[in-house]
Design a protein around this ligand. Structure first.
Ligand code: HEM
Length: 405
């Protein structure tokens, strides 16, 4: 490799994995991400992991045939830091052909038509939650709206008793940190979250084998029982993985989205005056402050990004949050614009692993955010302080607001 292709390792002031980065970075990482994208768009970190932050590079990597989520020897990065336990066979950590097979098995539950059938249910929950808040005059957006809509829907889709929701809210948030095990062994509580979820689903799967129903879990069990389409470990992992993917992230969309609207009263007013903008508004919430800031790939061959070559088997972080504010793709990228079109953001990733729940998340986001905005005249933040939740994602722990009809 030439001198020009081997940069001096540096964090360039951006390290998502460092708890000492401080509240200012967590609250608003975008100025520093913009700096990184400008000064070192193909950045080698002191950890040896590469990071890319330009929109074109990120999209290319996600669609790249010469990259995958496992190393070329088939090993998942970070698996050396994890015990050989149940929930590690989720599709997100698999390359073809396993990925293709697993995704196909699960995808029919997530088609636009399947999701359209759930719209009334999402609306019903949003209505109940918003009406109750209007009567009280206040709400914690996270507890009272952002959590109930996606968690009820994913539980009902999967066939998980909603009454057990409180038990696994904590486990799912803790378990998201296992996605960062490439950087070192996870905290015991993250492992514990996954172990508890695994044990919970073991029991539920045993029960559903005896009493199948009309839900995703029963369908997956049937695929497993029919023979070679799904192993037992894969069945468990898809169940745990879908539950985690299905609600922690969407809490972030609804919470961060409502916060962005409250910080931009002109855009809030615009959406209230023209509710037909809800679809573009939800996508703008995802672009502007989406719940997942980055994702990982492994180079399966030397990959060239601009002036630099990332060597085969390197770990590459695609900084979705930086790509979503790239001025080359999004004019005036720091402006929050509920009517922005086109808005081809990468908040749902891209390529083979493009979020399977994107239609569901958009529908839930539109129901929750749209209902709150339509039904209220007054919406005000109660505090400027931010408290982030325990998960790896950009999800607030609470967002207290005052509401009025
Ligand atoms: C706003 C909410 C959501 C966001 C921002 C989001 C984001 C993402 C992203 C960025 C990826 C790709 C990761 C990668 O390429 O490495 C992904 C994958 C995935 N998401 Fe979502 N997601 C959301 C909601 C959901 C929901 C509601 C579900 C439904 C259960 C879901 C299920 C999945 C699945 C199964 C994958 C893995 C797909 C695969 O590996 O082929 N997500 N999501």
């Amino acid at each position: 490799m030439t001198e020009a292709t081997t940069p001096e390792p540096s964090w360039q002031g951006v390290n998502f994995l460092d708890p000492d980065q401080g509240a200012a970075f967590r609250n608003d990482p975008y100025p520093r991400l913009a700096h990184l994208r400008e000064v070192d768009p193909v950045n080698l970190t002191p950890l040896g992991v590469w990071r890319i932050s330009r929109y074109d590079d990120v999209l290319r990597l996600l669609r790249e045939k010469g990259a995958g989520v496992r190393r070329t020897d088939g090993v998942q990065p970070g698996s050396e830091n994890l015990p050989d336990f149940g929930p590690r066979e989720f599709m997100l950590g698999k390359d073809p052909p396993d990925h293709t097979r697993l995704r196909k098995l699960v995808s029919k539950a997530f088609t636009p038509r399947a999701i359209a059938r759930l719209r009334d249910r999402a609306q019903e929950i949003a209505d109940i939650q918003v009406e109750a808040a209007l009567e009280r005059g206040s709400m914690d957006v996270i507890r009272d709206l952002a959590l109930p809509v996606p968690s009820t829907l994913i539980c009902e889709m999967m066939g998980v008793p909603t009454a057990d929701r409180d038990r696994f809210t904590e486990w799912t948030a803790a378990a998201t940190h296992l996605l960062a095990s490439f950087a070192g062994p996870p905290e015991p509580e993250s492992l514990q979250g996954a172990v508890e979820l695994g044990a919970y689903f073991d029991d539920l799967i045993a029960e559903r084998r005896k009493n199948p129903s009309d839900d995703i879990l029963s369908e997956l069990i049937q695929a497993e029982e029919e023979g070679d389409r799904l192993s037992e470990a894969e069945l468990l992992s898809q169940s745990v993985g879908l539950l985690i993917a299905g609600f922690e992230t969407t809490i972030g969309l609804i919470g961060n989205g409502i916060r962005a609207l409250l910080l931009h009263p002109d855009q809030l007013e615009r959406l209230r005056d023209d509710p037909g903008l809800i679809a573009t508004a939800v996508d703008e919430c995802l672009r502007f402050d989406g719940p997942i800031s980055l994702t990982l790939r492994v180079a399966h061959e030397d990959l060239r990004f601009g002036e630099r070559t990332v060597p085969k088997d390197s770990l590459i972080m695609a900084l979705l949050a930086a790509a979503n504010r790239d001025p080359k793709q999004f004019p005036d990228p720091d402006r929050f614009d509920v009517g922005r079109e086109p808005n081809l953001h990468v908040a749902f990733g891209g390529g083979a692993h493009l979020c399977l729940g994107a239609h569901l998340a958009r529908m839930e986001g539109a129901a929750a955010i749209g209902t709150l905005v339509r039904r209220s005249r007054k919406l005000e933040l109660e505090s400027d302080e931010l408290e982030w939740g325990p998960s790896l994602f950009r999800v607030l722990a609470k967002l207290p607001i005052r509401v009025g009809a």
